[in-house]
Design a protein around this ligand. Structure first.
Ligand SMILES: C[S@@+](CC[C@H](N)C(=O)[O-])C[C@H]1O[C@@H](n2cnc3c(N)ncnc32)[C@H](O)[C@@H]1O
Length: 225
C-alpha cells in the first residue's frame, strides 16, 4: 500500500501529540507500530535499509566489531543493528515497543542480533558499563526535551570504559524553535550534556545529509576513557 509521506507524517505527529498531551512521551511508539499491522509505509523512519549516516561512518572509520559488544538504542525495525552485526559486533538491539521488537524478529529470523524490549527511561542494571559501542540514532530526537537528559544518562552509564558512543540526530541552532511535534532537532548545547556526564567528544560533524531536500544532521562520537 502506498501512502503519501506528508499524510503519514501528519498522522504520526497527531498520534504523538495526543500522547504528549497526556504526559506520556513514549506511549505513541507502540501505538503506531501495532496500529499499522506490518505496513512499513506508515512508519516515517522505516527505510528498510541501514541508515546511510551510519553506514558512511562505519566505512569512513573502518570499524570492525569482532570480539566487541554493541547496543542499539531504540532499534526500530532493526536495520542498523543488522549492519553492526555484519561488522562483527555481538549486537543487542532494544526498543520500548514490543511490536517493533517482534517485527525485527520476523524480518530477520536468522539474525545474530539479540532483539529485546527495554525502556531507556528504566535502567537495566546488568547493562551498566557493559557495551563497547552504543548507537543512538533518531531516538533522542523523537522524545521531548523533558526526558532526553535521562536517556542520555542511561546510555552513557551503559558504556564500558574504552567504549564509543555514536549519536546521529537532526540538528538545529539554539536560536531556532524545536517545533511542536517530533522529531525535535537537537542543539549542540544539548549534546554537551554527554561531556558533562564524563565522556570525551572525539568528533561532532554538522552537515546536510543526502536527502531531498537535505536535512541538517549532527553525528557525534564520544569516548568513555
Ligand atoms: C524515530 S524511531 C527510530 C528508530 C531507529 N533508530 C531508526 O533509526 O530507524 C525511534 C525509536 O525509538 C524507540 N523508543 C522511543 N523511546 C524509547 C525508549 N524510552 N526506550 C527504548 N526505545 C525507545 C521507538 O519505539 C522507535 O522505534
Amino acid at each position: 500500500m502506498n501512502h503519501e509521506p506528508a499524510t503519514v507524517r501528519t498522522r504520526v505527529r497527531e498520534l504523538a501529540y495526543q500522547f504528549l498531551q497526556q504526559n506520556d512521551p513514549t506511549g505513541w511508539f507502540e501505538a503506531l507500530y501495532s496500529q499499522v499491522q506490518g505496513d512499513t509505509s506508515q512508519i516515517p523512519w522505516a527505510d528498510l535499509t541501514v541508515n546511510p549516516n551510519l553506514s558512511e561512518w562505519l566505512e569512513n572509520n573502518q570499524i570492525q566489531g569482532k570480539a566487541k559488544k554493541a547496543l542499539v538504542v531504540g532499534c526500530g525495525l532493526g536495520d542498523d543493528a543488522e549492519a553492526l552485526s555484519q561488522k562483527g559486533f555481538a549486537v543487542t538491539g532494544f526498543d520500548i515497543s514490543p511490536s517493533a521488537i517482534a517485527w525485527c524478529q520476523q524480518r530477520f529470523p536468522n539474525s545474530q542480533v539479540n532483539y529485546i524490549v527495554s525502556d531507556a527511561l528504566k535502567l537495566e542494571q546488568s547493562w551498566q558499563q557493559s557495551w563497547d559501542f552504543i548507537l543512538e540514532s533518531y531516538t533522542l530526537q523523537s522524545l521531548p526535551s523533558s526526558v532526553r537528559k535521562q536517556v542520555m544518562e542511561t546510555i552513557v552509564g551503559y558504556l564500558a570504559p574504552g567504549g564509543t558512543l555514536l549519536i546521529i540526530c537532526l540538528g538545529r541552532n539554539q536560536s531556532e524553535d524545536e517545533g511542536k511535534y517530533p522529531p525535535y532537532p537537537l542543539t549542540q548545547e544539548e549534546l554537551d550534556f554527554i561531556e558533562e556526564l564524563g565522556l570525551k567528544k572525539l568528533a561532532l560533524e554538522d552537515y546536510l545529509d543526502r536527502k531531498t531536500p537535505p536535512e541538517r544532521r549532527f553525528r557525534a562520537q564520544y569516548l568513555k576513557e
